[in-house]
Design a protein around this ligand. Sequence first.
Ligand code: GP9
Ligand code: MN
Length: 631
Amino acid sequence: MLRKQIHVPPLYIIATLLFGVKTYIAYRFLFNISIENYMQEFILFINPFASALLFFAISVWLKQKGQIRFIRYGILIATLILYFNLVFYRNFTDFITIPVLFQGSNAADLGTSALALIHLPDLLLFIDVIIIWMLSIKQKDTVTVNYSKRIKVLALSLSVGFLIFNYVLAEIERPQLLQRTFDREYLVKNIGLYNYHIYDIALQSKSQAQRVFADGNEMPEILEYSEEKKTNPEDSELFGVAEGKNVIFLSLESVQSFVINNTVNGEEVTPFLNDLINDSYYFENFYHQTEQGKTSDSEFLIENSLYPLPRGAVFFTHGQNDYHAMPEIIKEHGYFSSVLHANNKSFWNRDVMYDNIGFDHFYDVAAYEVTDENSVGWGLKDKEFFEQSIKYLQSQPKPFYSKFITLTNHYPFDLSEEDASIEPYNSNSRTLNQYFPTVRYTDEAVEEFFTDLKESGLYEDSIIVLMGDHYGISDFHNKAMSMYLDKDEITPYDHVQLQRVPFIIHIPGMEGRVISDIAAQIDVKPTLLHLMGIDSENDISFGQDLFGPDDKEFVALRDGSFISNDYVYTKDQCFDRETGELLGSEVSTVEGVPGEDTACTPMKSDVQQELSYSDQIIYGDLFRFYNFNLE
Ligand code: GP9
Ligand code: MN
């Protein structure tokens, strides 16, 4: 008994150490996981040990024989999972997800090239398995004992504690990591491959359960509702003006409307966009409707005219649903569609979602030459991005619909001095200060892109649509923002008005005008389809053609706030839309004075109804019950 304790550590500790070291080496040198700072490096280092300890420590609750079996097969299976991921990664630069396992096409892809992806040195990955097997045969009685209750509880508490420590660090590094599910690489980097798989299984089971209970009975009511929003093509002012033309869509990262026609330190922030507006259709009261899925939520709105979800990124949680998205619809009318964005293809699960909704091609980071010199912050600088993209536009079949997603104007708004044409603002918020030079940089990048479009001859045959994807400056910077906007404070009304993002439709040869009607991202799909001369009669959507005769009744934000012609409703308060005056509050704001119905109250339930219809479609995957091709 004494001999055992002195010489050899218990098998579950040996397994944890060996497996932890191996997994870390694999993360660091076999997978191509990007590390941006020391904190990330540290988290990546500890997470293999945290998961391994949690797993192998379970064995202490078993009898000696059970322990041996558990650890032996455990390490073998865990290694196989690691190895399958590696082989998959070598082909797809991505980690396995449950849906992917059941996706015929991916598996088939892998099948043909699997042999090429298996390398002889991979056997080294099994060294720890061999050691554990040998130890468990030769030293059976020295590496395992029947543990006392105290040790059992201690091992369990330690391993859970370690895992929590890991998770807290990850949460500090990437707030709301699990709720938002940015990217598989982020998840693996922060909580480890195994916890990532558990998370993926949980996510999948949840959406499967909701899906199972839906049967399509909900559809007729939703259909009828969406029908009312439709505009007859003959009543649309611009039906068909872009027929047969290319549609170039620029999703401008974090650009909000408050910078348009505005200055900082006496300098125009967006001189090019300000000019462009003069010969374009410019919607000055256009709102983003995104939630946690940020850019991907805005894309979801644009392509589907459905609302993103109240939590999580629908690109991730429901990337496999049946949709009837713009790329799929326009394909039937001879359009080629693509997305250009210099980031990992798996970020926001884009690769899976794009494929599902019918995009013909995704020019992701691999299509670009990215170096330290031409990158800043999140990656390739916008100017470089546009410049390197022109060749792809030229080589595409025409007409095309191509969506560009810019990146430089992303929090924390880093920019090198030589790229900054204007001085930062001066306030207590570094974020807001830096925002102006990066917005200006994006403005210049767009200007250069227009020049390139003209030079390449693409301009005349295209319409160019520009849209801010979502806010860039959060409430956290309200103090600095109120200073910039010269207000005493940012009220809830101001907060809603700050959710406006620019929406500009530039049609070469047409003058355009400024449109003040309320509008939002949900309206982009029906509007663009009509511009392309495509009748969206068979579509189901919640948006409206913005060139149709009817005004929108309301713009619904994803948190239930809304904007109507007359009112702005948010946080139980109703404001006058023009003046911002508080008209009433549904909950008591003054002690002794009860809350009451306000002018906004009647519309509140209509807004909730619309959001709920959209959620039902997504949670129940209801479009699988509907045949869009029927007349
Ligand atoms: C990432 C880019 C930025 O690819 O779209 O994402 P965001 O954080 O804005 O959602
Ligand atoms: Mn974004």
